[in-house]
Design a protein around this ligand. Structure first.
Ligand code: ADP
Ligand code: GLC
Length: 490
């Protein structure tokens, strides 16, 4: 079925506002769906930075009072993206990031900010904007979780609904005292409603009320129905098992294309690999590392949190340095982790370099210049940096969890013999196993033909949205057929 309309609801969207992979997905999936014949509009909050980047806007709906203040919905364009933007100054006209103020503390009214966002998503889903009456509402993460609950309690006709879990660790749980302010009826405060451990669970509500649940890789879909991986939602997820599916993320292969990338020192591709080392030299220079083409260079592009397991790499640093390795880390986040890497850089000038910042262009240079990208995550719903790494010929060394397990072919004996390996995996995610993986990676590095084979295998893997977008297309079509059958019965 083509011509179907999808309303995507996402609290961040690349290239307008981004804190992590959710933004990349929200920005790229609509473009891939367009190639499958779907029309997507994404509802995003009107943060000042986002409003400033819009090419054109038109008011298509207004509220005299939306949870405490006037608001408007703008239909907007930004590059190739078609958006609805919730312009609600009392909620979003603030400095800082999407969820927290400049001091890093979450906004105390996040329940109302994203509750209002979901209310508007539900209103558009029910036809508030006549020119775009969606067949599917697709919510992303807890920030969009209440939309399906509003549709349920409103009653009446509604589109099919899906929610995607990008990270089960973030659940959006707030005080039950906010129920009325959020415009939810008293009966919603129930297990068969939005209630979650005595509070209001935004993600819980989304998982309970959406017709389908997707998450960002097949392995993560299996992990989250277990008590170990379910972050207290595994029971609900098990009960929804028939409606839960893992669809791995892709990356935008126009944004991430080493053959045309102007953020690189030198463009290259699988047939022009000789151009790649110029990027390694540029990367070494940028990070004050010794300019040494032979030293295996290990790159990281990451949020610095416990999830990402980068403390394990610190533990393995003596091994890496003894083997002549170098480290280039781009990341920001927790203070203790930054301090650990800062100390390592100080102790090993020319060998360890760090940039504690968020820098899109530096991320490209690392992917294009490093020999390896290290991702020792304790859990990883999908992970996008290993996909970028594959495309840019920096071989991923990854923990065998979540989407990292699904997207990298480990260089075990069978894979090496069949010449299909694309990286090195290790399990469980601890320092001993990471050390063993680093040793295996360095051994391959010392065998240039084997290393080149693995690099090329990576560069030739399909990390695009083509296959996953088709899976979403199938899911949307199923949902629309179900709703049609339901309407026929009513
Ligand atoms: P997560 O969403 O858990 O942070 P992903 O791997 O899915 O992990 O996505 C991270 C995205 O953010 C990637 O596009 C990556 O390149 C980018 N990224 C992470 N940290 C930085 C940084 N410090 N500078 C630039 N880009 C970064
Ligand atoms: C989350 C996850 C990451 C995933 C991203 C996009 O941030 O931590 O693994 O790739 O969402 O789905």
């Amino acid at each position: 079925m083509s011509g179907l309309k999808v309303l995507s609801i996402a609290s961040e969207i690349f290239p307008l506002i981004k804190t992590g992979g959710l933004a990349d997905v929200a920005g790229a999936l609509p473009l891939a769906l367009a190639r499958e014949g779907f029309t997507t509009r994404t509802l995003a909050p009107g943060y000042p930075g986002l409003l400033a980047k819009l090419d054109s806007t038109e008011r298509v709906h207004s509220y005299n009072s939306l949870m405490g203040g006037p608001a408007r919905v703008l239909a907007a364009k930004a590059g190739a993206l078609d958006l609805f933007v919730l312009d609600a100054p009392h909620l979003f006209a603030r400095p800082g990031g999407p969820y927290a103020g400049p001091d890093g503390a979450d906004w105390p009214d996040n329940a109302i900010r994203f509750g209002a966002f979901c209310r508007v998503g539900a209103d558009i889903a029910k036809g508030a904007v006549a020119s775009f009456s969606p067949d599917i509402l697709h919510a992303h993460d807890w920030q969009a979780g209440l939309a399906a609950a509003y549709l349920h309690y409103d009653g009446g006709p509604r589109p099919g609904t899906a929610i995607t879990i990008h990270n089960l660790a973030f659940q959006g749980v707030f005080s039950s005292l906010l129920l009325e302010e959020l415009g939810l009826p008293p009966e919603a405060m129930a297990t068969e409603g939005v209630e979650y451990f005595g509070g209001i669970g935004f993600l819980k509500a989304g998982l309970y009320f959406s017709d389908r649940i997707t998450t960002v890789s097949p392995t993560y879909a299996r992990e989250i129905v277990t008590p170990e991986g379910g972050v207290a939602l595994d029971g609900l997820l098990r009960s929804r098992g028939a409606d839960l599916v893992g669809i791995r993320n892709g990356i935008d292969d126009d944004v991430w294309n080493p053959a045309t990338d102007e953020l690189l020192a030198q463009a290259f591709d699988a047939t022009h690999l000789a151009q790649r080392p110029a990027n390694k030299a540029a990367l070494q220079k940028r990070f004050d590392l010794d300019i040494d083409g032979d030293a295996p260079l290990f790159g990281l592009v990451t949020r610095m949190t416990a999830q990402k397991g980068i403390d394990l790499l610190l533990e393995c640093l003596p091994l890496l340095l003894a083997e002549g390795g170098q480290v280039a880390l781009l990341g920001s986040g927790e203070r203790a982790l930054q301090d650990g890497f800062a100390a390592a850089a100080l102790a090993h000038p020319g060998r360890v370099g760090c940039a504690f910042t968020y820098d899109e262009s530096l991320a490209h240079l690392i992917q294009g210049g490093a020999d390896f990208i290290v991702i020792p995550s304790r859990f990883e719903p999908c992970g996008l940096t290993q996909l970028c790494a594959l495309r840019y010929g920096s071989t991923p060394i990854v923990a065998r969890v979540g989407g990292l397990a699904d997207t990298i072919i480990d260089a075990n004996d069978a894979a090496l013999a069949a010449q299909v390996a694309t990286g090195v995996q290790f399990a469980p995610p601890d320092a001993d196993q990471l050390a063993a993986a680093l040793r295996r990676a360095i051994a391959i590095y010392r065998d240039p033909p084997a290393m080149e084979r693995m690099r090329l295998n990576g560069m030739r893997s399909d990390v695009s949205w083509r296959i996953p977008a088709r899976q979403f297309a199938g899911l949307y079509n199923e949902l629309v057929n179900e709703r049609a059958a339901f309407a026929g019965l009513a």
